[in-house]
Design a binder for this molecule. Structure first.
Ligand code: NAD
Ligand code: TYD
Length: 344
């Protein structure tokens, strides 16, 4: 591992918490500072028993706070930035400003602190394949493809990538960027489609399937994404972008993923509720060329049915975790967005 003292931002969220657990497990000399604001999506318990480790320190704070960030940067040898507003549906509504503030300005605060205080350290910006926009089949954009983000979420992530690259070029910082496809697995907040449909199916609630369910996402296990991030930091190059994706073959539509969830939960197909109009600018297909990350020695697990089935088992066994997240704020978001109350 490059650098034994690591700042992980957004480490109480879905991917960041998996990443921290893996990082602390793989090398007993590594220490982690986890800087997280604990928005609705963050839960300090997501790091499990590592919360008690002397090698782990949680800092409740904001990546947009320059004074706080200035205190943390001198203590670390590398930074992984997961902190973000991450849900497309929220970015198309009244919360769009938060996406710009955290996903773009927050990245600036981190980069600027590194520039002034620790210009020799490595910075990995955790990005998304959604920056390439809607990809007509059978296209697989490489890292130098043009960016055509469709939503305020993906536009803010594209802005962050460009900003990070500008600090690499202008200030000679060691910046690396990952652009990963949709992740799934344990501890994913139940607003993204897979945990939403699993938990709704377990409660015999409707599965709001958007726009005919024909859309394609290149689903990747969160553990595979985390492995790729380690590799990019250890074996990747400064100033480079790395796409990360499963390249599922055949590609799976949202309707097929829904069927897998129904099969694994034993729920009835009658729960599927066709909806339209809830995802303005809905991208039909995401896909990326992954030769560059594979050349570093990375390969994903491709068994999506097995992955969905294991994920369903986790949500069955961890009902308390997700029920706690389906709190009053969640219910308010749910009825505001989906325009309905839970069926009783
Ligand atoms: P998440 O929403 O589960 O977690 C985000 C975390 O960031 C939360 O813990 C939240 O409290 C924290 N946070 C938000 N604003 C913050 C701020 N201003 N300061 C400090 N902490 C803040 O997100 P995720 O799904 O784990 O995604 C993590 C990163 O990976 C994001 O940058 C996202 O764009 C990227 N990504 C996600 C996916 C995916 O499928 N989920 C795919 C590719 C890339
Ligand atoms: P989502 O999990 O929100 O991830 P992203 O928008 O980052 O790809 O959505 C994945 C796909 O599932 C996307 O095509 C939209 C669709 N979807 C639904 O059909 N119903 C839902 O309630 C949600 C949240 C998403």
């Amino acid at each position: 591992m490059h650098g034994t003292n690591v700042l992980v931002t957004g480490g109480c969220g879905f991917i960041g918490s998996h990443f921290i657990k893996g990082l602390l497990s793989r090398d007993s000399s590594t220490t982690v500072i986890n800087l997280d604001l604990l928005t609705y999506a963050g839960d300090p318990k997501n790091v499990g028993e590592w919360a008690e480790s002397p090698r782990y320190k949680f800092v409740h704070g904001d990546i947009r706070d320059p004074e706080l960030v200035d205190r943390l940067i001198p203590q670390v040898d590398s930074v992984f930035n997961f902190a973000a507003e991450s849900h497309v549906d929220r970015s198309t509504g009244k919360d769009a400003g938060e996406f710009i503030k955290t996903n773009v300005y927050g990245v600036f605060v981190l980069l600027d602190a590194i520039r002034r205080l620790r210009p020799e350290i490595r910075f990995l910006q955790v990005g998304t394949d959604e920056v390439y926009g809607d990809i007509e089949a059978p296209g697989f954009p490489a890292e130098n493809a043009i960016l055509q983000p469709s939503s305020p979420y993906s536009a803010s992530k594209a802005g962050a990538d460009e900003l990070a690259l500008s600090f690499s070029r202008t200030h000679n910082l060691d910046v690396r960027i990952s652009r990963c496809t949709n992740n799934y697995g344990p501890y994913q907040y139940p607003e993204k489609v897979i945990p939403l449909f699993i938990t709704n199916a377990l409660d015999e609630q409707p599965l709001p399937l958007y726009d005919g369910g024909t859309q394609i996402r290149d689903w990747l296990r969160v553990s595979d994404h985390c492995e790729a991030l380690h590799l990019i930091m250890e074996k990747g190059q400064s100033g480079e972008i790395y796409n990360v994706g499963a390249n599922q073959s055949p590609e799976r539509s949202n309707a097929e993923i829904t069927q897998m969830i129904l099969a694994a939960t034993g729920a009835s197909a009658s729960l599927i509720e066709p909806r339209s109009g809830l995802r303005p600018g809905h991208d039909q297909r995401y896909a990326v060329a992954t030769d560059k990350i594979r050349d570093l020695g990375w390969a994903p697990q491709l068994d999506i049915e097995q992955g969905i089935s294991e994920t369903v088992s986790w949500y069955i066994e961890n009902r308390k975790w997700w029920e706690a997240h389906k709190d009053a704020a969640y219910q308010a978001y749910y009825s505001d967005h989906y325009g309905q109350k839970k069926k009783t």
